[in-house]
Design a protein around this ligand. Structure first.
Ligand code: GDG
Length: 493
C-alpha cells in the first residue's frame, strides 16, 4: 500500500467529513499571536499534532477550540468571542480561543492535569497530587469548553475530535448538550492498570466522562486493555470484548489503538538538506567533534517520565566499564524546560544539573568532557543536525505513551546509519521491537552495556535495522494516524 500523505488525507476528508462541522479540541492552541516591536506577529508551535491536524482543519474548513492566551497578542488578534481566522498567512479555518483565569489555569492545567493525571497514568513512582481545588477547576474548565463548543454546533451535524488528558470530562458534558455529535477522543499518554488507577478520588467521574465518546483512542492496544479492565472494576457497564467496546447507559464507546507518528517525508527532506549539512559542520566545529568522535544524542522535555538522571547515570557506568572511550565519546542532551510551575519539575531540573556536573567533573580533561547538556528549545534544524551527527540515540523514558523523538531520529537518518537505544516502556518500542536496541532505563549497568553494543555493532546490521525502522515510520506516518481516526469517525454516523 502506498504510504499516506497530506494529499491523501485531504481527499479522504473531502469524502468523509462532508456535511459535518469538524471540530478539534485541545488545551494548546495551533497558532499563537505575539507582539513583535509593536506589530502583530504569530508563531506556530512545533507540535506533531498541529502538523497532522492542520490539513484536516484546512480541508474541512473546521473549527479548532483551544485555551487562548499562550501568545502575548492573542487577545488583541481575536474578536470579542475569541475567534480568529488561521493560518494567519492563509486563512482557511477558525480558531476559537477559550479564556481561562490565572487561577483556573493554575488549578486545572498545572494542578489536576499535570500533578494528578500525568503521574497517575505514567506510573513513574511520583505520588500523584489530588486536591479539591484542582479538581473543581478541572470540572469548571471542561464545562467551559463544553459550553463553548456546544454554541458552535447548535443543531448541525458535527464531528468533534478531543485531544488528551486535559479533557476527560468533556465527552460526556458535550454529549449531554449535543446528543447527535460524533465524538472521538485521543488520549496521548498511557493508561495504567486498575490497581494504579483506583487511588484517584474522582475515578468514576473520569471514567463516566470518557464513556461519553463514540471512539476512544490510545497509542497501543495495551493501554486500551488497561482502560477496559479499569472500567470493568469501577463501573457497572456491559463490555463487549470481541468488539473492544463498552456500553454504558445505552451508549457505546469503542476503544481503539491509533499509534501516533510524524511527518516522515518532511523530516527526512529537511534532514537531507544543504542547510542541515552546514549546521552539522558548524556544530562539529563549535563543540570540537572530529569525524572519529563517537557522539550519542538525546532530546526531551525535562520531565521525570523521560528518565534523564537514569540516562546520565548509564553514561557514567559506560565510562566506568569502558574507560578506553574517554576522550573519544560525547553524549549530547537537549532538554526543553517544561511545567516549571510544578515543584516536582523544578526539583528535577536541579537534579539533572547535578548529575551532569558530577559525571563531567569525574571524567573531564582540559580539552574534553563527556556530556554536553543544553537546556533550551533548539531550532528543529539543529536537532536534526544532532540526529545525523550521532552514532546512537537514547530514549530512556520510564513510561511514555508513544515517544516521537525515536521516530524523528529514524526519519532523520537519511544515510540509514545510527542505532536507536529505546526504552521498553515506550509505545514506540512495540513498533521497533526487533530493530531498536531495547533497554530498561531502571537498569543502569544494562543500559551501559547497550551503549557499548550500539557503538560496536557491525555496520551491516546497523544499516539493516535502520532501513527497516525507516520503512515502518514512512508507512505508518502521522497522516495515516489522522486518516485512520477519521475513517473510524465517519463510520459512526
Ligand atoms: C506526549 C506523550 C506522545 C524535544 N526537544 C526539542 C524538540 N523536541 C520535540 C521532539 C518531539 C516532541 O518535542 C516531544 O514529543 P514526545 O512524543 O517525545 O513527548 P511528549 O511531549 O511527552 O508528548 C508522548 C506525544 O504526546 C504524542 O502523542 O508521543 O508519549 O508523552 O517532537 O522533537 N523540538 C525542538 N527543539 C528541541 O530542543 N524543535
Amino acid at each position: 500500500m502506498a504510504h499516506e500523505t497530506a494529499e491523501t488525507l485531504r481527499n479522504l476528508i473531502r469524502n468523509r467529513v462532508r456535511g459535518h462541522k469538524f471540530i478539534t479540541v485541545s488545551n494548546r492552541e495551533p497558532y499563537m499571536h505575539v507582539w513583535r516591536e509593536g506589530s502583530l506577529g504569530w508563531i506556530r508551535p512545533a507540535s506533531g499534532l498541529v502538523v497532522a491536524l492542520d490539513p484536516v482543519m484546512r480541508s474541512s474548513r473546521g473549527l479548532w477550540v483551544a485555551h487562548g492566551g499562550g501568545g502575548s497578542a492573542d487577545v488583541a488578534a481575536s474578536d470579542e468571542r475569541g475567534f480568529v481566522d488561521v493560518p494567519p498567512d492563509e486563512p482557511s479555518y477558525r480558531l476559537k480561543r477559550v479564556w481561562l483565569t490565572e487561577e483556573q489555569e493554575e488549578n486545572y492545567y498545572y494542578g489536576f492535569a499535570n500533578s494528578g493525571l500525568w503521574p497517575l497514568c505514567h506510573v513513574a513512582y511520583r505520588t500523584p497530587v489530588f486536591r479539591e481545588e484542582h479538581w473543581r477547576a478541572y470540572q469548571e474548565v471542561n464545562e467551559k469548553f463544553a459550553e463553548s463548543i456546544a454554541e458552535e454546533i447548535g443543531n448541525e451535524h458535527a464531528f468533534v475530535f478531543i485531544q488528551d488528558y486535559h479533557f476527560a470530562l468533556l465527552p460526556r458534558m458535550l454529549r449531554q448538550r449535543c446528543p447527535h455529535a460524533v465524538i472521538a477522543h485521543f488520549w496521548h499518554i498511557p493508561w495504567p492498570n486498575p490497581e494504579v488507577f483506583r487511588i484517584c478520588p474522582w475515578k468514576q467521574d473520569i471514567l463516566r466522562g470518557m464513556l461519553g465518546n463514540d471512539i476512544l483512542g490510545f497509542h497501543i492496544r495495551y493501554y486500551g486493555d488497561n482502560f477496559i479492565a479499569t472500567v470493568d472494576r469501577e463501573l457497572e457497564t456491559r463490555i463487549d470484548r470481541e468488539q473492544a467496546a463498552i456500553i454504558y447507559r445505552r451508549h457505546m464507546t469503542k476503544i481503539r489503538a491509533f499509534p501516533i507518528s510524524i511527518d516522515f517525508e518532511s523530516v527526512a527532506k529537511q534532514a537531507a538538506s544543504a542547510a542541515t549539512d552546514e549546521r552539522i559542520a558548524c556544530l562539529r566545529k563549535r563543540y570540537n567533534l572530529g569525524e572519529d568522535m563517537i557522539v550519542g544524542v538525546g532530546a526531551d522535555r525535562i520531565d521525570y517520565t523521560k528518565g534523564l538522571p537514569e540516562r546520565i547515570e548509564a553514561v557514567n557506568r559506560f565510562l566506568e566499564r569502558y574507560p578506553e572511550y574517554c576522550g573519544r565519546f560525547v553524549f549530547f542532551q537537549a532538554g526543553v524546560p517544561s511545567r516549571t510551575h510544578v515543584d516536582e519539575y523544578r526539583r528535577l531540573n536541579e537534579e539533572v544539573d547535578e548529575c551532569v556536573r558530577r559525571v563531567n567533573q569525574k571524567y573531564a580533561t582540559a580539552s574534553w568532557r563527556p556530556i554536553i547538556f543544553v537546556r533550551e528549545h533548539l531550532p528543529l534544524s539543529e536537532l536534526l543536525a544532532w540526529y545525523r551527527i550521532a552514532r546512537f540515540a537514547i530514549v530512556s523514558s520510564l513510561h511514555d505513551g508513544m515517544n516521537l523523538v525515536a521516530k524523528e531520529f529514524v526519519a532523520a537518518r537519511v544515510d540509514h546509519d545510527g542505532v536507536l537505544l529505546l526504552s521498553r516502556f515506550t509505545g514506540a518500542a512495540r513498533q521497533f521491537r526487533s530493530d531498536a536496541v531495547l533497554i530498561n532505563p531502571y537498569a543502569a549497568d544494562a543500559v551501559a552495556e547497550a551503549i557499548h553494543r550500539g557503538i560496536t555493532m557491525e555496520p551491516e546490521e546497523v544499516r539493516r535495522r535502520m532501513t527497516r525502522m525507516r520503512e515502518q515510520v514512512r508507512e505508518n506516518n502521522v497522516y495515516k494516524w489522522a486518516a485512520d481516526i477519521i475513517r473510524k469517525l465517519s463510520k459512526v454516523v
